[in-house]
Design a protein around this ligand. Structure first.
Ligand SMILES: [Zn+2]
Ligand SMILES: [Zn+2]
Length: 301
């Protein structure tokens, strides 16, 4: 099978989708429209959808939360596609802390989270019990350490490549930690990170090269994007562990005729995002990928 054939998502393999496969599909639907938008205009739409996630969480509506989370991830994916090609002051918009440009969203996530918690190095995360040690390390020391861990993990071939693999990774690191946190506090964190990305983008567009701690914004930006992805998965994980909410998600995905009690056992957080991306951007009746809003490909919104 050629690489191109492998990259085609079908009804049979969409659960194993990668961010890069969705980047290609969403580029076909939205690429032309997004060419005319600046990156801050695009991210404003991510902010808009993320605020609806916040509203849905406040109203305890799991289905709406997941729907808008999926749309937010759509913007995370398409904004990353744009940022990967973008330069500010002649420098790539997304730079690794090893000063190499990033090449895809999955690597952006894994650079900050190479299958471990970036702060305590633990799986599961042990930050709360070793706060002093964690705080002793400077940000530049942490970046150096993570680069080494990332290189080693790549060599060992243990880094996930699919969306469900990334979801599992975050579950392994933070599942226990978030067990004791409320959905609201997790959603707050997610919104905070969405805002941090906005802040990096506006600083880069304004021509400010460096953060007050002397970290270039184009190194900070991909780290913030990784945080958005991590907290997004944390919301999904939480939704799937709240039984009532999980049932609602399953019903919404499978159609209302299904009985929720027969479904919740087969439903776990791993595949929520691949399922909802498929649900929102693929039409079973039209047998094509399309914009969830205008139902066209390419999007005519
Ligand atoms: Zn930790
Ligand atoms: Zn559209």
């Amino acid at each position: 099978m050629t690489k191109q054939e492998q990259s085609i998502l079908t009804e049979n393999n969409y659960l194993d989708a990668s961010f890069e496969q969705w980047a290609l599909i969403l580029d076909k639907i939205y690429g032309k429209r997004n060419e005319q938008r600046s990156i801050s205009e695009m991210w404003l739409r991510a902010v808009s959808d993320a605020s609806k996630v916040g509203e849905a969480v406040r109203k305890s509506d799991a289905y709406e939360a997941m729907l808008y989370l999926t749309h937010t991830f759509g913007w995370v994916i398409t904004s990353s596609t744009k940022l990967l090609k973008l330069e500010f002051d002649g420098k790539p918009a997304l730079l690794g802390s090893d000063s190499k440009p990033h090449n895809c969203l999955t690597n952006i996530v894994l650079s900050k989270y190479p299958s471990i918690c970036p702060y305590c190095g633990g799986v599961p995360c042990k930050c709360s019990s070793m706060r002093k040690t964690v705080e002793r390390e400077s940000k530049s020391e942490r970046r150096l350490r993570l680069n080494k861990v990332n290189l080693q993990a790549k060599e060992d071939g243990i880094l996930p490549e699919t969306i469900s693999g990334l979801s599992n990774m975050f579950e392994d690191i933070y599942g226990q930690v978030h067990y004791g946190s409320s959905l609201e506090s997790i959603a707050f964190h997610f919104l905070e990170e969405i805002g941090e990305v906005a802040s990096c983008i506006t600083s880069l567009e304004d021509g400010k090269g460096r953060h007050r701690e002397l970290v270039p914004y184009n190194i900070q930006l991909p780290e913030e994007i990784a945080d958005v992805v991590g907290w997004g998965f944390a919301i999904m994980s939480k939704l799937s562990t709240l039984a009532k909410d999980a049932d609602r998600l399953v019903q919404a995905f499978n159609g209302s005729q299904d009985k929720p009690e027969s479904l919740s056992t087969s439903w776990n957080s791993t595949h929520i995002l691949p399922k909802y991306l498929w649900r929102e951007f693929y039409s079973n009746s039209e047998q094509q990928y399309q914009c969830h809003h205008c139902k066209s490909n390419p999007c005519e919104c």
